[in-house]
Design a binder for this molecule. Structure first.
Ligand code: F3S
Length: 471
């Protein structure tokens, strides 16, 4: 029986692709094992977002190759490179990694991974000399509810990819060129998958795509005879989806990740407010607030629009926690732009915030812009923004003390609240006795940096200490 090991890098969208590959490997009767050294085939599912992701991907490929060279027994091991880096650079990499890689597969080949592996062993018998490049140029694949998939996340949460690809023109981003045009699944397909996941005991559905707020809008645009223009259909499909997910029986959260500010609507705000299972949390990458920068980034939004939208979101969804990300050091960014961003962050007091240093990515329009910002300046601006957020996060954390909170216990001693998405946000430290994978009600007793400390209601640190001493 062929043993396969898979190394999954990059974001949650790539992780879902890994899960689909593993699902298809199982279906074909192959065994998936964690230890790459023991495998007949190693798949590296790569990321290519910025330079550091590419370096990490190449590092893993070289390490797998080095290890197979060291072990005689494993010299026949095959290496397959999948994911965003393969999709983007397979032609160049087939030459550069001639000895290290046996095949490159793109995003549209993830469901064919098992026959591709069988083909590699058949090819070996024919002594094929070069890596196979099976990547097709424009990705069009999108999974369905019945696509074989083996979840790699803990039992209690799952990522649900509601769409793939991206139609936005952001000048700094390479992902639309990698993942192709936006294509949505149907509401029925996503609901069928969600229903199944909830039946399996999943407590949190994390809806993902490049832009979840664009969900369904591509299908409106593609209907030539539709009398509903795209603009008035804005967000309709997503609100329908959220309402139908909310109606599924069971105790679970629905978390909306990767929204784009340009596609929010009052109907979406109302829908979130009216659907109790939708977490009071939104992920809305804004990238900047200065009109000059937003224009240069082609973000399809301006500072005034963003301020107004956030005001409407906060007013319309009481208790909402807002996560955003910004990019600093974009070409042409001045100190005045950063000052404006700092003022905006101070005024808005985002509950969760990340800052990226701009990365000059080959193949993007921003890479060709004049006035690239020196690395040292980017670093200083990043530090300034992060220091500001640290202050705000500490104040917000301290303000939570005494509040009751419903948390989802991740593992003994560590939980997350509605305001914390898996892997990216803070933690809530809870007693180890609370069962993992289940919801629990706690009271916040303290905060540390981005994290909170909490105990079951009625317990205080002193009561708990006394109880422990009495044991
Ligand atoms: Fe994700 Fe990296 Fe691809 S961030 S979409 S795996 S380039």
């Amino acid at each position: 029986m062929i043993k396969v090991s898979l190394i999954s890098l990059g974001c949650a969208k790539n992780l879902v692709d890994s899960e689909i590959m593993v699902g298809h490997l199982h279906q074909a009767g192959m065994t998936v094992i964690p230890d790459a050294e023991q495998a007949d085939v190693v798949i590296v599912n790569t990321c290519s977002f910025i330079d550091s992701s590419k370096e990490e991907s190449i590092g893993h490929i070289l390490e797998v190759h080095r290890n197979r060279g060291l072990r005689k027994r494993r010299q026949s091991q095959k290496v397959i490179v999948a994911g965003c880096m393969a999709q983007r650079f397979s032609t160049d990499l087939s030459t550069a990694l001639h000895d290290e890689v046996d095949a490159f597969i793109g995003l549209d080949q993830i469901t064919q991974v098992a026959p591709i592996i069988s083909g590699l062993f058949a090819r070996e018998a024919a002594a094929a000399p070069v890596p196979e490049n099976l990547v097709t140029r424009h990705s069009t694949y999108i999974p369905d509810y019945d696509t074989p998939r083996f979840r790699l996340t803990p039992k209690h949460f799952a990522y649900v990819k509601i769409a793939e690809g991206c139609n936005h023109p952001c000048t700094f981003c390479i992902i639309p060129q990698i993942r192709g045009r936006h294509r949505s699944r149907t509401v029925a397909s996503v609901v069928a998958e969600a229903r199944q996941l909830v039946t399996e005991g999943v407590r949190e559905l994390n809806l993902i795509s490049q832009d979840t707020t664009f969900f369904g809008m591509d299908t409106w645009a593609e209907r030539p005879n539709s009398r509903t223009p795209v603009d008035s259909a804005r967000g309709t499909a997503l609100t329908t989806l959220l309402r139908q997910l909310n109606a599924i029986e069971g105790d679970f959260w629905i978390r909306l990740l990767y929204t784009h500010p340009a596609h929010w609507s009052d109907e979406l705000i109302r829908t979130i407010a009216e659907c109790p299972k939708v977490a009071r949390y939104i992920d809305i990458p804004l990238q900047h607030i200065s009109d000059r920068m937003l224009g240069a980034m082609q973000r399809e939004t301006g500072g005034g629009y963003i301020r107004d939208l956030l005001g409407r979101i906060r007013a319309g969804i009481p208790g909402i926690a807002i996560r955003t990300t910004f990019i600093t050091g974009f070409p042409g960014e001045t100190d005045a732009d950063v000052d404006e961003l700092c003022t905006f962050i101070r005024e808005t007091r985002f509950e969760r915030l990340g800052v990226f240093r701009y990365s000059q990515e080959e193949g993007t329009r921003a890479a060709k812009l004049d006035r690239q910002v020196p690395a040292k300046t980017k670093e200083a601006r990043w530090r300034r923004l992060m220091a500001l957020q640290q202050e705000i996060a500490a104040e917000l954390g301290a303000g939570q003390v005494g509040r009751r909170l419903r948390v989802l216990v991740e593992e003994p001693g560590i939980a997350r609240g509605e305001a914390d998405a898996p892997d990216i946000d803070g933690r809530v430290y809870v007693p180890r006795s609370l069962p993992a994978g289940e919801f629990a009600d706690v009271t916040i007793t303290g905060s540390e940096g981005y994290d909170l400390l909490a105990l079951p209601p009625g317990e205080t640190p002193a009561v708990r200490r006394a109880a422990r001493q009495a044991q």
